[in-house]
Design a protein around this ligand. Structure first.
Ligand SMILES: [Zn+2]
Length: 177
């Protein structure tokens, strides 16, 4: 069995090279190919796909110098379980992430936590598929819920049909014997 952590070759992207070329990439990825995300879904993802786009660019820093960056946008509709009515709620996700491409993973400082972008170690090619899945997992709402839940379904007709109250039953009793 294939290790799910092993990226396929077509998923590996040299983000620094992408930034140098100011290049864009885009594609689709089946939700079914994202086991960590699929575990959080209310139903099997079936044929559903996430759309992603990636833009590499170089940011000129105020004090001179430059910083390679990557911007990732991921869109998908996720079927989650509504925490109010427990039925499936479709949650559209449009997640946007800005990565500062660095050589060394920085210490988790206050500055780092408050930064608008996220440091991403990009000395080696990065697994784009894992990055897309990570973004979707980060986008999962803590408490997925319908804006307004549908009223509970009517009780099952076979349970509800009482012989005594049906018009035919009433007629039957009224009819002289
Ligand atoms: Zn609901």
């Amino acid at each position: 069995m294939m290790d799910p952590q092993t990226p396929s070759d077509d998923a590996l992207v040299d983000l620094r090279e992408l930034a140098r070329r100011d290049a864009r990439m885009q594609g689709r990825r089946a939700l079914a190919a994202m086991p960590r995300l699929a575990a959080a879904l209310a139903e099997a993802p079936g044929e559903r796909q996430a759309q992603w786009s990636l833009h590499g660019f170089v940011q000129v820093l105020p004090g001179g110098g430059s910083q390679p960056m990557a911007e990732l946008e991921v869109r998908a509709v996720l079927a989650l379980q509504c925490q109010r009515c427990l039925r499936t709620v479709e949650v559209p996700v449009d997640e946007h992430a800005l990565f500062r491409l660095v050589d060394v993973e920085p210490e988790l400082s206050m500055d780092e936590l408050e930064a608008q972008d996220e440091a991403l170690c990009a000395t080696a090619p990065v697994d784009l598929h894992a990055l897309v899945e990570d973004q979707l997992i980060l986008a999962l709402p803590l408490v997925p819920m319908h804006a307004s839940c549908a009223p509970p379904a009517a009780p099952d007709a076979s349970v509800d049909t009482s012989v005594d109250t049906s018009p035919f039953a009433v007629l039957q009793r009224l009819r002289p014997r």
